[in-house]
Design a protein around this ligand. Sequence first.
Ligand SMILES: *[C@@H]1O[C@H](CO)[C@@H](O)[C@H](O)[C@H]1NC(C)=O
Ligand SMILES: *[C@@H]1O[C@H](CO)[C@@H](O)[C@H](O)[C@H]1NC(C)=O
Length: 226
Amino acid sequence: MHHILIQKSKANILIIKMIHIILLISLLITTTSNASVQDFCVADIKASDTPAGYPCKAATTVTSDDFAYSGLIEAGNTTNIINAAVTPAFVAQFPALNGLGLSAARLDLGPAGVIPLHTHPGASELLIVKQGHITAGFVSSANTVYIKTLKKGEIMVFPQGLLHFQATAGKRDAVAFAIFSSASPGLQILDFALFASNFSTPLITKTTFLDPVLVKKLKSVLGGSG
Ligand SMILES: *[C@@H]1O[C@H](CO)[C@@H](O)[C@H](O)[C@H]1NC(C)=O
Ligand SMILES: *[C@@H]1O[C@H](CO)[C@@H](O)[C@H](O)[C@H]1NC(C)=O
């Protein structure tokens, strides 16, 4: 009899513990679902972008087509000074990315193609090689250089904000896709910032220690002024 009573109270304690756990879980579920009030916020691209993204277009006007993007099917035109093209699928091109913290791009590299040293101030980048061979690298804040030559199927990561590049390795065209950890990664190309802008030659010379003759030559090639 005594033995049975003890067994019974042990069972009661167990049931009370289980009820506590269930209450805790349901509390967690409610809290989480309250934090996320909507599934998506397809950008109203006619409005202007803000640090918090675009405002949403009305959910009643959203269709399946909003969640797919065909702009990366076609190769970009690589007949240009860098023998390369970057085709973005950022929020401005693919509005469904708004608020989701990711985006993509297609890289086409002709023979001798290069995406010159550049940074994405707002995102880390994951590069996925689809065709050919690509030599890619970045420079860390400690000024250490990390370089790899990648083949089809290989991937490489470029941490947020660091200067990096991609270049064709070998003589064949290369194609890669990039995934970014922001819907608006941003893109600043170092050579264009210096030599395709209106940054004055005396100040470029002063702030970079480059030879003014070289600065003027690069400006004439890239279209800079000042
Ligand atoms: C690629 O760009 C070059 C230079 O702007 C242009 O001459 C050429 O017609 C373009 N090719 C295609 C297929 O659009
Ligand atoms: C560069 O051009 C922009 C727009 O044309 C102008 O607002 C800016 O002041 C110029 N900067 C210099 C240093 O001339």
